[in-house]
Write a protein that binds this ligand. Structure first.
Ligand code: GLA
Length: 386
């Protein structure tokens, strides 16, 4: 929808003019998967699609929430902003408000809010982070709360922990807040220092393939991986004091891995240590213009997520395998939390049509679901549009 259409929808919903329109993007992660909550690095890009928020103050001392994908307006009093709701999309913006309150911001006025997004839901492209970040960015601006973009990301992450009950890392919210057009964000998830790295892909595009798998990344499977990594750290602490798995190089890991007696925790840790190395190698390869090497590291990342981290599943594996068969595919892997969702592939321009046709047909033949393909455009982080 255009900004004009969004403002019109706002006026139709609330019978008055909008004060401002904001946007925050979804993301695709190029490499560095399940490393963020292990203190490692990630390498995502913000997408050109995301979530819009249209807002105006009201004089009724209530918060009104309306999503164009949902039928009803949800109304809450200003003293109801710190309690999560059961099964409601409102938990994402509400969770952000609760974090503002925790950080000392007072809501003395109510707001009318309208949300619209075009990140496919459940595709692992961070529609929820986009919603959290756009809410935090908008409220920060409206209330002059003085948070910076990193604070905004941290607020979004906490909202996800406490109101969506997913113990996620910082990657999604961070890149939604800090992304930059045509750049990937090389983020150290321990220190939150980051570097923007230009994604210069001569003759190559980033293709996102949506499996439309029914297996969603639910909080259960995700939180279990977080807990397994914690267990690996605890067992490693009997021989070496570390806070995060990402502190270990592959050589360090060889020396101490026998301390992880739990076989599942051991596999998880092996993925994380390897993925941290791959991410660092991939960033170097991209900077050196060695896209072939970058692609190989993407493939290795998928294999490790499949065999050691066990977050792929038949749909993501099929999509990656079919991509690997195509001439002109430089690399392909699952992206995001896993289980269902999307793969990300680097594909030569001249191979894109074949890619979409062949991978599409073969995936549908094997899995029985028609996939979708998007050519990714790398966009900016959260912004006020009007
Ligand atoms: C989800 C989480 C992120 C990150 C990825 C896996 O997207 O929200 O914090 O852990 O999974 O890399």
């Amino acid at each position: 929808m255009t900004t004009q259409e969004l403002k019109k929808a706002f006026q139709e919903t609330y019978g008055k003019l909008a004060d401002a329109v904001y946007f925050a993007p979804g993301r695709v992660n190029l490499i560095g998967e399940h490393t963020d909550y292990n203190g490692g690095a990630v390498f995502p890009c913000a997408l050109s699609f995301g979530t819009n928020l249209v807002i105006a103050k009201n004089d009724k001392k209530v918060m009104n929430f309306k999503s164009l994908n949902q039928p009803e307006i949800v109304t809450l009093n200003l003293d109801q902003l710190t309690t999560r709701l059961e099964n409601s999309w409102v938990n994402y913006p509400l969770g952000v408000m609760a974090q503002f309150i925790k950080r000392g911001v007072k809501f003395t006025d109510g707001y009318d809010i309208l949300i619209w997004g075009n990140v496919p839901n459940g595709a692992g492209l961070s529609s929820s982070a986009a919603l959290e970040v756009v809410t935090a960015f908008a409220l920060n601006d409206q209330l002059n709360a003085g948070f910076n973009r990193t604070d905004i990301a941290l607020i979004g992450q906490k909202a996800e922990h406490e109101f969506a009950l997913v113990n996620c890392g910082i990657m999604d919210q961070f890149v939604s807040a800090n992304g930059a057009k045509d750049n990937a964000v090389h983020l150290n998830c321990d220190t939150l220092e980051f570097e923007l790295v230009p994604v210069k892909l001569e003759g190559v595009k980033i293709v996102i393939s949506n499996t439309h798998s029914p297996h969603k990344l639910d909080s259960g499977a995700y939180n279990q991986r977080v807990a397994e990594c914690k267990k690996a750290v605890e067992q490693l602490n009997t021989v070496r004091p570390i806070k995060f798995l990402a502190e270990l190089t592959e050589a360090d890991f060889k020396e101490v891995e026998s301390a992880i007696t739990d076989p599942v925790a051991h596999k998880r840790a092996r993925h994380v240590v390897g993925e941290v190395q791959r991410t660092s190698d991939a960033v170097k390869a991209l900077k050196a213009g060695d896209i072939t090497k970058f692609g190989k590291l993407m493939n290795a990342s998928h294999v490790s997520l499949r065999d050691d981290y066990e977050v792929t599943g038949p749909e993501l594996d099929c999509m990656a395998e079919e991509a690997w068969k195509i001439d002109g595919v430089i690399g392909s892997r699952m992206t995001g939390g896993g289980f269902g969702g999307c793969t990300v592939s680097l594909v030569k321009d001249e191979a894109i049509d074949t890619f979409i046709k062949q991978v599409g047909e073969n995936y549908e033949k094997r899995i029985g679901i028609k996939p979708d393909f998007y050519i990714a455009e790398i966009g900016n982080g959260a912004t006020r549009i009007e």
